[in-house]
Design a protein around this ligand. Sequence first.
Ligand SMILES: Cc1cc2nc3c(=O)[nH]c(=O)nc-3n(C[C@H](O)[C@H](O)[C@H](O)COP(=O)(O)OP(=O)(O)OC[C@H]3O[C@@H](n4cnc5c(N)ncnc54)[C@H](O)[C@@H]3O)c2cc1C
Length: 342
Amino acid sequence: MTDHIKTDCLVIGAGPVGLFAVFELGILGLKSEVVDNLDKIGGQCAELYPDKPIYDIPGLPVCTGQSLVDNLTKQIEPFKTPIHLNQRIETLKKVGDNWEAKTSLGQTFLTPNIFIAGGVGSFEPRKPPIENVLKFEDKGVAYSIPNKEVYKDKTVAIFGGGDSALDWTVELSKIAKHIYLVHRREDFRAVEHTVSLMHKLVKDNKVTLYTNNQLADVNGSDKIANVTIKNKNGEIEILDCDDILIFHGLKNELGPINDWDLGLSDKQILVNTENFQTNHDGIFAMGDIATYPGKLKLILSGFHEAALAAQQAFKRAKPDENLLFRYSTSDKNIHERLGLKK
Ligand SMILES: Cc1cc2nc3c(=O)[nH]c(=O)nc-3n(C[C@H](O)[C@H](O)[C@H](O)COP(=O)(O)OP(=O)(O)OC[C@H]3O[C@@H](n4cnc5c(N)ncnc54)[C@H](O)[C@@H]3O)c2cc1C
């Protein structure tokens, strides 16, 4: 049995909001530990769109999903916060004024504060129920793009009609030999501007579009030779390609979070907007997983939520100390905590 790790706050989820929460806790002098069930930090930014540009982070006119994660990681470096990957928090139990959290690997934490920054839960891509799709995973079939250079000069078949499918069609058309975009409906669920860009690429013969079609099979021996697609009338067509990208969305499953007796609304955790606490003292939720009237699922909203939750977490972790509001520009404590010269 592993010993409890005692900490001021346990952050569940190493997405952008969980990482920034570590910073907000750190400048108040609070220690935290982070757990994420993925094999890397960064949540959706790193897993789903590392190369895509983000335009609405305050003070950063443009950054990619991965560069945002890299900057957030740099920002929390001074706190040397342990990040426990490849394990998810399975259970939460009240022990006196503290919470005991246990991971799937059996590690336990004891803390007065739990920050749930779990995004859409333990997310997994939706996979078509086709045997050969699974067979060619890691051999040409992928559900996200960690490195777009893999697709340089390749013929790529992209399946889907949402933001990811359309964004990657536009982005990869700049380096791929050719793109097939296959969507099972006529209409797309993506921003208008990207849909227009895609139609322009179709006119320029850089993209071939198949609507009302879906993936029927993947063919090849050691590597992919082609894909079979099938239209609404059951007619099939074979498309020669090197790689296949499937963007059928994520399975939005809360997993164990469902069992923690938290107030839920449409798979999100209800919080107050004063300090983003849930229906349990000491359990806070922030980022995509939190909801309240007017909630916007934006990274910047999550940053604000983390900052306010950290104030309340301080009161719970250090009930005998006063927390004075100070600007980071002039607070000597913060300078010291960040390892800056006085
Ligand atoms: C294609 C795309 C483009 C986007 N563009 C923008 C944009 O331009 N601007 C913007 O503001 N937002 C954008 N977003 C949304 C933005 O990415 C999310 O709002 C943001 O990632 C939410 O951050 P988070 O930290 O709350 O959650 P996430 O990034 O989802 O991270 C949550 C983490 O929690 C982990 N987790 C969940 N449950 C557990 C558990 N029980 N135990 C351990 N770990 C757990 C997950 O593995 C995950 O790593 C975009 C999203 C997508 C998909």
